[in-house]
Design a binder for this molecule. Structure first.
Ligand code: NAD
Ligand code: UDP
Ligand code: UDP
Length: 343
């Protein structure tokens, strides 16, 4: 197996010939697929801040240039409009593979495309990693556990996933992506890392992506009722985006393949989440019940023992502390939208 990737063979000392400030660590050239999206753009910020070169590959399906515009003009940053379903040739040290719509509304919009993105997109990035000896990190999901029969979920749990349902393009797509990742690891010696990400929130989420945190926050700001699907007693565990980004970077830099659950073990019902949003944004906010979507998992909570032990990682920001951190970003964008409409 090759470890050229971690040593940074494509790294040049720096454009100016000086060693970067961070202790002379060799500068890496890193691809972030899906880097114009919510999680990807925060990851790119962290990699640029520590002195690395970043190439973002994104087709702008759910991502936005706005999320990266502050990096335009930075000589260590490059943005390529490209669909990962098509092959691409690059010379890099590391690949963070995030490209894939994450909100149920987005991934159900064109399920075949979602599946192609997960399968062909992941295959292409693994082929690239194999050719250049790069280290590859897959952002998988807690959805691989489906509607779990084990609670909380450990990485050893194989999941309870409907193969023919409306969510399958995403759930089974990510499961296939994990399979491909392990087969390139075992068969071709590619250095791989797998993260299973649990529900994550923060600034730059799409305003209307249909996910529960972005919906409730936008609804409370717009003085609309928060839409609770089903009886609201289903649970999720919500992680603030900077905790996730720290976990992804620790995983990529560490020695363990995984999979690793990356999530916040704090578990909330949707009714409890609505209460937190009320406290943070508007005590007079109301709720409204709506029918739930098909195959909605009843509960979800990560067991993060493995990541704590092997990556020395655990989330630091509780829901109560994290929600306020996304509110001003949402307020600004909602205000701009209103102004755009001439309101
Ligand atoms: P997002 O929708 O904000 O970002 C996804 C990005 O991928 C977007 O910029 C989009 O334009 C791009 N993209 C989609 N299809 C593409 C394609 N075929 N070619 C190139 N680019 C493409 O979602 P996110 O929340 O930032 O999620 C990022 C990754 O993390 C995804 O792989 C997602 O499955 C995973 N994940 C996220 C969460 C979460 O709660 N946010 C939970 C579990 C897993
Ligand atoms: N690939 C790519 N960039 C590369 C190398 C490979 O996009 O730098 C694609 C390639 O086109 C193929 C996939 O990755 O579709 C898998 O490549 P691999 O070499 O593993 O398999 P093969 O080309 O033999 O099918
Ligand atoms: N949900 C809700 N109101 C909304 C959007 C979602 O009650 O406006 C519920 C949804 O039914 C699910 C949970 O919130 O039980 C989390 O949904 P989300 O789409 O955010 O993430 P995922 O289902 O992928 O975990």
């Amino acid at each position: 197996s090759s470890n050229r990737g971690s040593q940074g063979i494509f790294q040049r000392r720096s454009v100016s010939g000086r060693v970067p400030a961070d202790l002379g660590r060799r500068r890496l050239r890193i691809v972030v697929t899906g880097g114009a999206g919510f999680v990807g753009s925060h990851l790119v910020d962290k990699l640029i801040a520590r002195g690395d070169e970043v190439i973002v590959i994104d087709n702008f399906f759910t991502g936005r240039k706005d999320n990266l515009v502050h990096l335009f003009g930075n000589p260590r940053f490059e943005l390529i409009r490209h669909d990962v379903v098509e092959p691409i040739l690059l010379e890099v040290d590391q690949i963070y593979h995030l490209a894939c719509p994450a909100s149920p509304v987005h991934y159900k919009y064109n399920p075949v495309k979602t599946y192609k993105t997960n399968v062909m997109g992941t295959l292409n990035m693994l082929g690239l990693a194999k050719r250049v000896g790069a280290r590859f990190l897959l952002t998988s999901t807690s959805e691989v556990y489906g509607d779990p029969l084990e609670h909380p979920q450990k990485e050893t749990y194989w999941g309870n996933v409907n193969p023919i349902g409306e969510r399958s393009c995403y759930d089974e797509g990510k499961r296939t992506a994990e399979t491909l990742t392990m087969d390139y690891h075992r068969g071709a010696g590619v250095e791989v890392r797998i993260a299973r990400i649990f529900n994550t929130y923060g600034p730059r989420m799409c305003l209307d992506d249909g996910r529960v945190v972005s919906n409730f926050v936008a609804q409370a700001i717009r003085k609309q009722p928060m839409t609770v699907y089903g009886d609201g007693k289903q649970t999720r565990s919500f992680q603030y985006v900077s905790d996730l980004v720290d976990g992804l970077v620790a995983l990529m830099g560490g020695e363990h393949v995984g999979p690793f659950n990356l999530g916040n073990p704090g578990e909330f019902t949707m009714l409890e989440l609505a209460e937190v949003v009320k406290t943070v944004i508007d005590p007079s906010a109301s709720i409204e019940f709506r029918p739930n979507t098909a195959d909605d998992p009843h509960k979800r909570k990560p067991d993060i023992g493995r990541a704590k032990e092997l990556l020395n990682w655990e989330p630091k920001i509780s829901l109560k502390d994290g929600l306020p951190l996304m509110v001003s970003d949402f307020r600004n964008r909602i205000l701009n939208e209103d102004e755009g409409k001439g309101l």
